[in-house]
Design a binder for this molecule. Structure first.
Ligand SMILES: [Zn+2]
Length: 204
Protein backbone atom coordinates (compact mmCIF):
# COMPACT_ATOMS: atom_id res chain seq x y z
CA UNK A 1 0.00 0.00 0.00
CA UNK A 2 1.15 3.54 -0.75
CA UNK A 3 0.85 5.57 2.40
CA UNK A 4 0.65 9.37 2.26
CA UNK A 5 3.23 11.72 3.80
CA UNK A 6 1.11 12.39 6.86
CA UNK A 7 0.94 8.66 7.65
CA UNK A 8 4.68 8.24 7.10
CA UNK A 9 5.38 11.14 9.44
CA UNK A 10 3.01 9.71 12.09
CA UNK A 11 4.67 6.28 11.76
CA UNK A 12 8.10 7.82 12.40
CA UNK A 13 6.78 9.69 15.45
CA UNK A 14 5.24 6.50 16.87
CA UNK A 15 8.48 4.54 16.38
CA UNK A 16 10.44 7.21 18.26
CA UNK A 17 7.92 7.42 21.10
CA UNK A 18 7.98 3.61 21.33
CA UNK A 19 11.72 3.69 22.02
CA UNK A 20 11.30 6.48 24.59
CA UNK A 21 8.39 4.79 26.38
CA UNK A 22 10.22 1.45 26.36
CA UNK A 23 13.28 3.15 27.86
CA UNK A 24 11.08 4.00 30.87
CA UNK A 25 10.07 0.34 31.25
CA UNK A 26 6.40 1.09 30.61
CA UNK A 27 5.75 -1.43 27.79
CA UNK A 28 7.20 -4.82 28.84
CA UNK A 29 7.00 -7.92 26.63
CA UNK A 30 5.29 -6.47 23.48
CA UNK A 31 2.53 -4.89 25.59
CA UNK A 32 0.94 -1.51 24.93
CA UNK A 33 -0.20 0.28 21.80
CA UNK A 34 0.00 3.83 20.46
CA UNK A 35 -1.85 5.76 17.75
CA UNK A 36 -2.16 9.07 15.93
CA UNK A 37 -5.33 10.28 14.19
CA UNK A 38 -4.71 11.77 10.76
CA UNK A 39 -6.60 14.72 9.24
CA UNK A 40 -8.88 12.46 7.16
CA UNK A 41 -9.90 10.64 10.40
CA UNK A 42 -7.99 7.48 9.54
CA UNK A 43 -5.64 6.33 12.30
CA UNK A 44 -1.99 5.27 12.29
CA UNK A 45 -1.58 2.62 15.03
CA UNK A 46 0.97 0.05 16.16
CA UNK A 47 0.32 -3.48 14.83
CA UNK A 48 -0.36 -6.39 17.17
CA UNK A 49 2.44 -8.25 18.92
CA UNK A 50 5.55 -6.11 18.29
CA UNK A 51 7.91 -4.96 21.00
CA UNK A 52 7.45 -1.21 21.31
CA UNK A 53 11.14 -0.58 21.90
CA UNK A 54 12.07 -2.22 18.58
CA UNK A 55 9.40 -0.74 16.30
CA UNK A 56 10.14 0.09 12.68
CA UNK A 57 7.77 2.13 10.50
CA UNK A 58 6.51 -1.12 8.91
CA UNK A 59 5.05 -2.00 12.35
CA UNK A 60 2.61 0.92 12.06
CA UNK A 61 -0.65 0.27 10.22
CA UNK A 62 -3.62 2.27 8.96
CA UNK A 63 -7.18 1.72 10.24
CA UNK A 64 -10.45 3.57 9.78
CA UNK A 65 -12.57 5.14 12.53
CA UNK A 66 -14.33 1.77 13.03
CA UNK A 67 -11.04 0.01 13.84
CA UNK A 68 -10.97 -1.87 10.51
CA UNK A 69 -7.62 -2.49 8.83
CA UNK A 70 -7.10 -0.47 5.64
CA UNK A 71 -3.79 -2.05 4.66
CA UNK A 72 -4.24 -5.75 5.47
CA UNK A 73 -2.08 -5.63 8.61
CA UNK A 74 -3.40 -7.00 11.91
CA UNK A 75 -4.37 -4.46 14.57
CA UNK A 76 -4.15 -5.09 18.30
CA UNK A 77 -7.23 -6.47 20.04
CA UNK A 78 -7.38 -3.19 21.95
CA UNK A 79 -7.73 -1.01 18.86
CA UNK A 80 -11.39 -0.45 19.68
CA UNK A 81 -10.34 1.42 22.84
CA UNK A 82 -8.37 3.86 20.68
CA UNK A 83 -11.21 4.45 18.22
CA UNK A 84 -13.74 4.97 21.01
CA UNK A 85 -11.54 7.74 22.45
CA UNK A 86 -11.28 9.41 19.03
CA UNK A 87 -15.03 9.12 18.46
CA UNK A 88 -15.86 10.71 21.81
CA UNK A 89 -13.17 13.45 21.94
CA UNK A 90 -12.90 15.45 18.71
CA UNK A 91 -9.73 17.20 19.98
CA UNK A 92 -7.86 13.92 20.58
CA UNK A 93 -5.14 13.34 17.98
CA UNK A 94 -2.95 10.81 19.79
CA UNK A 95 -3.57 7.94 22.23
CA UNK A 96 -0.92 6.22 24.36
CA UNK A 97 -1.50 2.93 26.16
CA UNK A 98 1.41 1.60 28.23
CA UNK A 99 1.29 -1.25 30.76
CA UNK A 100 3.21 0.79 33.31
CA UNK A 101 4.08 -0.72 36.70
CA UNK A 102 2.77 2.19 38.77
CA UNK A 103 -0.63 2.21 37.05
CA UNK A 104 -0.98 -1.55 37.53
CA UNK A 105 0.03 -1.55 41.22
CA UNK A 106 -2.16 1.46 41.97
CA UNK A 107 -5.15 -0.32 40.47
CA UNK A 108 -4.65 -3.05 43.10
CA UNK A 109 -5.01 -0.49 45.90
CA UNK A 110 -7.81 1.73 44.60
CA UNK A 111 -11.16 0.42 43.41
CA UNK A 112 -13.05 2.59 40.99
CA UNK A 113 -10.99 5.80 40.74
CA UNK A 114 -7.94 7.74 41.84
CA UNK A 115 -8.34 11.43 42.70
CA UNK A 116 -5.14 13.44 42.24
CA UNK A 117 -5.04 16.82 43.97
CA UNK A 118 -2.49 19.28 45.42
CA UNK A 119 0.29 18.30 43.03
CA UNK A 120 2.08 21.00 41.02
CA UNK A 121 2.62 18.49 38.20
CA UNK A 122 -1.13 18.34 37.58
CA UNK A 123 -0.46 21.39 35.39
CA UNK A 124 0.93 18.96 32.80
CA UNK A 125 -2.76 18.66 31.93
CA UNK A 126 -3.43 21.88 30.05
CA UNK A 127 -6.99 22.29 31.37
CA UNK A 128 -5.63 22.32 34.95
CA UNK A 129 -4.19 25.70 35.84
CA UNK A 130 -3.57 25.18 39.55
CA UNK A 131 -2.32 22.46 41.85
CA UNK A 132 -5.66 22.90 43.65
CA UNK A 133 -7.54 21.50 40.67
CA UNK A 134 -8.54 17.88 40.87
CA UNK A 135 -7.89 15.15 38.32
CA UNK A 136 -10.05 12.03 38.53
CA UNK A 137 -8.65 8.89 36.90
CA UNK A 138 -11.35 6.21 36.65
CA UNK A 139 -10.41 2.54 37.00
CA UNK A 140 -12.29 -0.09 34.99
CA UNK A 141 -12.15 -3.83 35.55
CA UNK A 142 -10.13 -5.68 32.94
CA UNK A 143 -12.15 -7.59 30.36
CA UNK A 144 -10.97 -9.75 27.47
CA UNK A 145 -14.20 -8.80 25.69
CA UNK A 146 -12.89 -5.49 24.34
CA UNK A 147 -16.22 -4.49 22.75
CA UNK A 148 -17.95 -4.81 26.12
CA UNK A 149 -15.12 -2.91 27.84
CA UNK A 150 -15.20 -0.16 25.18
CA UNK A 151 -18.96 0.25 25.66
CA UNK A 152 -18.55 0.51 29.43
CA UNK A 153 -15.82 3.14 29.08
CA UNK A 154 -17.82 5.04 26.47
CA UNK A 155 -20.77 5.21 28.87
CA UNK A 156 -18.42 6.80 31.43
CA UNK A 157 -17.25 9.29 28.78
CA UNK A 158 -20.85 10.42 28.22
CA UNK A 159 -21.17 11.31 31.91
CA UNK A 160 -17.71 12.62 32.90
CA UNK A 161 -14.86 14.75 31.66
CA UNK A 162 -11.95 12.39 31.21
CA UNK A 163 -8.28 12.67 30.18
CA UNK A 164 -6.96 9.26 31.19
CA UNK A 165 -8.15 5.97 32.62
CA UNK A 166 -6.71 2.78 34.08
CA UNK A 167 -7.75 -0.77 33.29
CA UNK A 168 -7.21 -2.69 36.53
CA UNK A 169 -4.23 -5.01 36.60
CA UNK A 170 -3.50 -4.02 33.00
CA UNK A 171 -2.41 -0.46 32.22
CA UNK A 172 -3.17 3.14 31.44
CA UNK A 173 -4.76 5.07 28.58
CA UNK A 174 -4.22 8.78 28.03
CA UNK A 175 -4.73 11.02 24.99
CA UNK A 176 -4.09 14.55 23.80
CA UNK A 177 -4.16 17.04 20.95
CA UNK A 178 -0.68 15.88 19.86
CA UNK A 179 1.54 12.89 20.55
CA UNK A 180 3.83 15.07 22.65
CA UNK A 181 0.95 16.29 24.80
CA UNK A 182 -0.23 12.71 25.35
CA UNK A 183 3.33 11.75 26.30
CA UNK A 184 3.64 14.70 28.71
CA UNK A 185 0.47 13.53 30.46
CA UNK A 186 1.78 9.97 30.58
CA UNK A 187 5.05 11.07 32.17
CA UNK A 188 3.20 13.26 34.70
CA UNK A 189 0.76 10.50 35.57
CA UNK A 190 3.54 8.00 36.16
CA UNK A 191 5.21 10.43 38.58
CA UNK A 192 1.90 11.17 40.35
CA UNK A 193 1.04 7.46 40.60
CA UNK A 194 4.49 6.85 42.13
CA UNK A 195 3.77 9.61 44.69
CA UNK A 196 0.45 7.98 45.60
CA UNK A 197 2.09 4.56 45.95
CA UNK A 198 4.85 5.85 48.19
CA UNK A 199 2.34 7.72 50.36
CA UNK A 200 0.24 4.60 50.62
CA UNK A 201 3.31 2.56 51.67
CA UNK A 202 4.17 5.13 54.37
CA UNK A 203 0.66 4.89 55.82
CA UNK A 204 0.87 1.11 56.28
ZN1 LIG B 1 -3.10 -3.35 26.98
Amino acid sequence: MNYNNEFNDAAKQLVLKGKLIDSKGWVPATSGNFSIRLTDNTIAITVSGKHKGNLVTDDIMLINANAESLDGKKPSAETLLHTSIYQRFSQARAVLHPHSLNSVVLSRIYNDKIVLKDYELLKAFSHLTSHENELVIPIFNNDQNILRLAELIDLYFTQHTCYAYIIAGHGLYTWGETLDIAYRQLEALDFLFACELQLSALKR
